[in-house]
Design a protein around this ligand. Structure first.
Ligand code: MTE
Length: 450
């Protein structure tokens, strides 16, 4: 490693309320503030980054640091009692990391999206409180003792299940991503939003627990000769109804009540939702109350008017559910500022609705040269895969990109390759390579590179 590599770069976070009101802090003001504040904590930061600087050098940097010399209250007094916060919550210092609504995106907040702050999560699991939300007509906290699931249609014994019934059945727990088909939709025509939270935050990854749908269909005696599709229906006022082909329904679909070790959160469908791995989020029907088995597609409003792809020839494509391979660098990413030259860990997420991520390549020069990133374990099917790669920023302009490949051999396209096939008037399934430009000032912004 060169001396340059040993010096780790510090990163100024993106203003958390980037699109909110009252964001009077410009990156420059924040940079100056951060620099001033960081002088006194340089030693701690230095040590915290695990650098290989000599003990002598560290001592010199830390000399006179009150954060080392003066014992804080937490080192001398009695801490908080157990169960002071019986459920637990993040540190007060992390309160900027939140799901956020993009102002002006929809007229009513009940029919809107709150985006996951991908720039601030680690590993592959999205904390339940940061899991993105997308509702067509608001969310409800439904009393589980009154919630029922009806299974009917082409089955010998139509049944109604209570939550108790369902939770007694054999269960599975699987880690999967869920991505709204409209994720990154704002970027079809042009660069539209500044941070990865808004450009890619309609995707999350959780461990879901529930009953395989195949178990329920067998329990009701599905007519395997005639049945070809199932319909999932939600209990909210949006009349969310989605057709799912039977082979998929019998494969890996789960009727889920658990998420990340606890019951689903109300925003995410408590007490029951469909988990349809690899398929766009709209099919993951929340507050699930009915499953109908049929022999043809239903062409409901959310399959005929919405969630169709407008192609360049003016025709609509229907039933395009699979979320193809996609990736994004989450740090450094839009709105952040690189404060020093030197070492940075480029980190990001990749996922594919068709299986496992096989490889992620990263470019720092806008796609001229590529290096293969490290895939961190576990690498699971239809789940987030975390990738990391070392980078030494020399202070010059750079364009950071990641390109995912899944185990079918499919390679994430460039934006112009995608537009050549899909045009620019689509909403759904925008999985193009994302580009983040690093300016000489260190500021990172969203750009499109063809
Ligand atoms: N199910 C019902 N009943 N009502 C809804 O509005 N929204 C759908 C889907 N399931 C929705 C629903 C859409 S468009 C998406 S992207 C996902 O739920 C979002 O799931 P999440 O809010 O748990 O992230």
């Amino acid at each position: 490693m060169s001396t340059e590599v040993k010096k780790s770069g510090r990163l100024l976070k993106a203003p958390e309320n980037f699109l909110g009101q009252g964001d009077e802090k410009s990156p420059e003001t924040m940079r100056r503030k951060f620099l001033a504040a960081s002088v006194s904590t340089a030693a701690a930061t230095f040590a915290g980054l695990g650098l290989q600087a000599s003990a002598q050098a560290q001592a010199a940097v830390g000399a006179g640091d009150p954060n080392i010399l003066q014992l804080p209250a937490h080192s001398t007094g009695l801490g908080m009692p157990v169960a002071a916060n019986p459920y637990g919550a993040p540190s007060q210092y992390e309160k900027g990391l939140q799901r956020r609504e993009s102002p002006g995106l929809t007229r009513v907040s009940a029919a809107s999206v709150a985006f996951t702050p991908l720039q601030g999560t680690f590993g592959i699991i999205t904390p339940s409180g940061l899991h993105f939300e997308r509702h067509h007509q608001g969310w409800w906290d439904i009393d589980p003792s009154k919630h029922r699931l009806m299974v009917m249609g082409l089955v010998k014994n139509p049944k109604v299940y209570t939550m108790d019934d369902l939770m007694r059945l054999p269960s599975v727990s699987r880690i999967h991503f869920i991505e709204c088909g409209a994720n990154t939709a704002m970027e079809w025509g042009n660069v539209a939003v500044p941070t990865v939270q808004y450009s890619h935050g309609m995707v999350s990854c959780s461990e879901f627990t529930g009953v395989p749908l195949s178990v329920l269909l067998d329990d009701c005696g599905i007519d395997r000769k005639q049945a070809k599709y199932i319909l999932g229906e939600g209990a909210d006022g949006s009349s969310m109804t989605r057709t799912i082909p039977l082979d998929r329904a019998l494969d890996d679909v789960i009727v889920a009540y658990g998420m990340n070790g606890e019951m689903l959160r109300p925003e995410n469908g408590y007490p029951l939702r469909l988990v349809v791995p690899g398929i766009q989020g709209v099919s993951w029907v929340k507050w699930l109350r009915r499953i109908e088995v049929g022999d043809q597609k239903w062409a409901t409003k959310d399959e005929a008017i919405h969630y169709v792809d407008l192609m360049p020839d003016g025709l609509h494509r229907q039933y395009t559910g699979i979320q193809e391979a996609k990736s994004v660098i989450t740090t450094p990413s839009g709105g952040q500022t690189l404060l020093d030259k030197g070492f940075y860990n480029i980190s990001g997420l990749a996922w594919s609705g068709r299986g496992k991520i096989k490889r992620v390549d990263v470019s720092v020069d806008g796609g001229r040269n590529w290096r293969t990133a490290r895939l961190e374990t576990p690498v699971l099917s239809k789940a987030f895969t975390r990738f990391n790669i070392d980078w030494v920023w020399n202070g010059g302009p750079a364009i950071l990109q990641s390109r995912a490949q899944d185990d079918t051999g499919y390679v994430q396209p460039k934006i112009n390759q995608l537009r050549a096939v899909r045009g620019t008037r689509s909403i759904y399934h925008q999985n193009a390579i994302q580009s983040w430009k690093v300016a000489e000032s260190g500021e990172v912004s969203n750009v499109q590179v063809y």
